[in-house]
Design a protein around this ligand. Sequence first.
Ligand code: CMX
Length: 133
Amino acid sequence: KISRIEHLGIAVQSIEEALPYFENVLGLKCYAVEEVADQKVKTAFLKCGEVKLELLEPTSPDSTIQKWLDKGNHGVHHVAFCIEDGVSNALAECESKGVRLIDKAPRPGAEKLNIAFLHPKSTCGILTELCEK
Ligand code: CMX
């Protein structure tokens, strides 16, 4: 069961170059920067009410985020939902309803959350992340 949007993932080529817009123009505050080595990204988190923005900077040319940027994309990369009753249950339910899973089981993500992704080809084009504490 989805309780709320946990964060929006926003792909940027450089967190350092992007932050002044989010902090000085939008007035949001970056409260954490963290590298997620297995995803080959550096992340910066900003609070926006209950929802967070996660800036994603690639740390390698073969990072998923770098490949996405290289195709001419930028901006919102994924939407992450908080799952109250566990990501494992949600994955099983999604699969039973015909959704294509990227992750078959939850794995550790940024901010000590367990996460799993659903493939955008079966989620109306929105790369979807499921999260639990
Ligand atoms: N949103 C919507 N559609 C997307 C997408 C995105 N973010 N990324 C890729 N796609 C689409 C592409 O447009 C493409 O569609 P077409 O075939 O119609 O052109 C299709 O998905 C396949 O894309 P691709 O460029 O061939 O890329 P891959 O299949 O190699 O990878 C995906 C796509 C979604 C499986 C991969 O990005 C993935 O596994 N993502 C999950 C992990 C992730 O995003 N990690 C970074 C964030 C980590 C974090 O938050 O900590």
